[in-house]
Design a protein around this ligand. Structure first.
Ligand SMILES: Nc1ncnc2c1ncn2[C@@H]1O[C@H](COP(=O)(O)OP(=O)(O)OP(=O)(O)O)[C@@H](O)[C@H]1O
Length: 235
């Protein structure tokens, strides 16, 4: 689904260089549900934003669903992003003045679907997240967990191959977080690849893979943990 090779991201502000990612390597197969963990400032959001073509990288290679991202101009990047990727954010990012139907419609308007096609997609997506009966409601009339479900519906309506979620349960209480996680697991089981940044260790162990980032690099400490322990035990 995606492969990054020797990728780096350097932010330059006020003459200061911050190396958010360095020698970053990852390959994610279609159908995986990968959680991304790591300390604050380690590069998780930078990784997700680059994966989602929201930010450019400084050096290295990134191939998304067979497309080498490096040579693409802004239009081609936007097209690729709209077609392949759905986003979910910690703060839901719904538009308060639009009802749920119109919120889910926002990204579809960029995709060239006609009105009938859009309506079908919106109704399907809201039904998938259990909110079909609330289409005329506004975000403020919903709980946090329901608002995140609308954001998930908005991300799904365009049938993305890849869903990127940055702390999607970070603003939710435990029960609502569990509900959102179960929904993401259903979406993954139906074939969508998911990358999810989380600080919640319980969520991190539920998925098919956890990638731990430290200082802008994928740390293999987590993966090597058990074998290191075994090695120590046998010395
Ligand atoms: N726009 C920016 N300009 C300058 N530096 C930035 C910018 N965005 C991120 N950084 C820096 O890049 C590094 C990685 O940031 P990033 O947001 O990717 O970390 P993170 O792991 O997502 O952190 P957190 O868990 O706190 O959200 C940090 O040192 C951060 O200060």
């Amino acid at each position: 689904m995606l492969r990054m090779t020797n990728l780096s991201k350097v932010y330059r502000t006020h003459m200061i260089e911050t190396h958010a990612l360095r020698g970053f390597e990852i390959a994610v197969a279609p159908g995986e549900f990968v959680t991304v963990t790591g300390p604050s400032g380690s590069g998780k959001t930078s990784f997700l934003n680059i994966a989602g073509l929201l930010e450019e990288f400084t050096a290295g290679e990134y191939v998304l669903d067979g497309v080498n991202v490096k040579g693409l101009d802004d239009d081609a990047r936007s097209r690729l992003r709209n077609e392949k990727i759905g986003f979910i954010f910690q703060g839901f990012n719904l538009i308060p003045d639009l009802n749920l139907f119109d919120n889910v419609d926002v990204p579809l308007r960029y995709r060239g679907f006609n009105a009938a096609e859009r309506r079908e997609r919106i109704e399907d997506a809201l039904a998938r997240v259990g909110l079909a009966s609330r289409m005329k409601h506004y975000p403020a009339e919903l709980s946090g967990g329901q608002q995140q479900r609308v954001a998930i519906a908005r991300a799904l309506a365009g049938s993305p191959r890849l869903l990127l979620a940055d702390e999607p349960t970070g603003n939710l209480d435990t029960q609502m977080a569990r509900g959102v996680m179960e929904l993401l697991e259903q979406i993954n089981a139906a074939g969508t690849t998911i990358l999810m940044v989380t600080h919640d260790p319980e969520l991190a162990v539920r998925t098919t893979r956890n990638v731990h980032i430290i200082d802008g690099q994928v740390s293999d400490l987590v993966r090597k943990g058990p074998s290191l322990a075994t090695a120590t035990a046998t010395v």
